[in-house]
Design a protein around this ligand. Structure first.
Ligand code: HEC
Ligand SMILES: [Cu+2]
Length: 365
């Protein structure tokens, strides 16, 4: 044992703030324990039965001042701790806008990490120092919990549902990854290391293919696009809404109205559910014609990353947008002369071109 530490290294700024709250709470507990303990001991000894030298005639039955004090002061202290904790909780639950995504699949008994650029790692994760990271995670079997003690973050990975957490490491080094949910026989072996690298080391690591599994790994967006084309998603979903299916372009973060009246925000979990159980979320104005897909969690994550990219990098569909605009103007001109039904022509024209577009892109890769 090199050194005996009271708590693990603080490798994020959040860890420092987390510990201040923890120590404040500990100090309060110690303070009240000592206060009450000393008072009890003192009174116990002073008023022991064999002590005949104390005055027992002036017993106090009520003391409003003391009762108010011991009610109000602890209540205020408890509320301070509550709101302090609430603020920290909010902080750890709200990812930065510019954080980089890391996808995690927990399974008996290992952690699989996937970077958007396609690098996959098992039980190890490399991240650059000082950059916020958002983890989106899911379990393939039972409930696990991803725990990085030096970052003071921990959250469950659940089968069938995405959960997330985020952190910004600010110390270069090698830190622990644990599973903190008892998940079966080899639970204690389910862990690994997170390597926080300096920006130059991180670039070097990326250039060397990142890890030992595959050197020229394909980005998640590319694999997602392939999965998208392979499963025929592009037959219905194109660069613009059609009567057949809504466009997935710019979907992430948008409010979607369901045909049962619910309004949901299209986040990662919504996209996942739309793919695996389309009948649970039927978008208003559309028929429930989307087939049910049986894909692995890894494939679904790639599709999610691909669909997210459709809002971030519309350039992929720029060509298609042009076609859409041209078609629309063209159709407008004709329909002004009262010849055809505007909606139908726009829709069929665009869905055709967007299908070709998707196939075109996937062939390139
Ligand atoms: C036969 C046509 C069809 C195919 C094939 C299809 N979808 Fe859909 N999809 C739809 C329709 C129609 C909707 C809207 C109704 C609904 O939500 O079920 C939809 C909705 C969605 C939504 C929610 C969109 C929104 O606007 O809220 C996502 C995400 C989605 N599909 C992804 C996919 C993916 C990924 C694939 C391929 C694995 C796929 N779809 C294949 C027809 C299809
Ligand atoms: Cu586990």
């Amino acid at each position: 044992m090199k050194e005996l530490k009271f708590s693990p290294t603080q490798a994020t700024e959040y860890a420092t703030r987390h510990d201040v709250l923890f120590y404040a709470l500990t100090a309060l507990v110690v303070l009240f324990t000592v206060l009450v303990g000393v008072a009890v001991l003192y009174l116990m000894i002073k008023y022991r039965a064999s002590n005949k030298n104390v005055d027992r005639t002036k017993r106090i039955h009520h003391h409003l001042g003391i009762e108010i004090a011991w009610t109000v002061i602890p209540t205020i202290l408890a509320l301070i701790i509550f709101f302090w904790g609430l603020l920290l909780f909010k902080e750890v639950k709200t990812p930065d806008k510019d954080s980089s995504d890391i996808y995690v699949i927990g399974k008996q008994w290992m952690w699989q990490f996937q970077h958007p650029n396609g690098i996959r790692e098992n039980n190890e994760l490399h991240v650059p120092v000082g950059r916020p990271v958002k983890i989106t995670m899911i379990s393939q079997d039972v409930i696990h919990s991803l725990y990085i003690p030096q970052f003071r973050v921990q959250f469950y990975t659940l089968p069938g549902r995405y959960t997330s957490m985020h952190f910004t490491p600010n110390v270069v080094g090698k830190f622990n990854i644990f599973c903190s949910m008892h998940c079966g026989a080899d639970h204690s072996k389910m862990g690994g290391y997170i390597h926080v690298l300096s920006p130059s080391d991180y670039t070097k690591w990326l250039e060397n293919g990142g890890n030992r599994f595959s050197k020229n790994s394909e980005s998640m967006i590319k694999s997602g696009l392939k999965t998208f084309a392979k499963n025929g998603c592009s037959n219905c979903h194109g660069g613009a809404d059609t009567y057949r299916a809504p466009s997935l372009h710019g979907l992430i973060g948008r409010k979607r109205k369901m045909n049962d009246g619910r309004v949901v925000i299209a986040d990662e979990a919504y996209i996942r559910e739309s793919i695996l159980t389309p009948y649970n979320n039927v978008v208003e104005g559309y028929e429930q014609i989307m087939p049910v897909y049986d894909l692995s969690e890894g494939e679904v994550l790639e599709l999610v990353e691909y669909i997210k990219s459709l809002s971030r990098a519309p350039s992929m569909f720029e060509e298609n947008e042009k076609v859409y605009k041209n078609t629309r103007n063209h159709v407008k001109n004709i329909s002004n002369s009262g010849e055809i039904n505007l909606e139908m022509r726009v829709d069929s024209g665009v869905s055709q071109s967007s299908v070709q577009q998707v196939q075109h892109v996937s062939e390139q890769n």
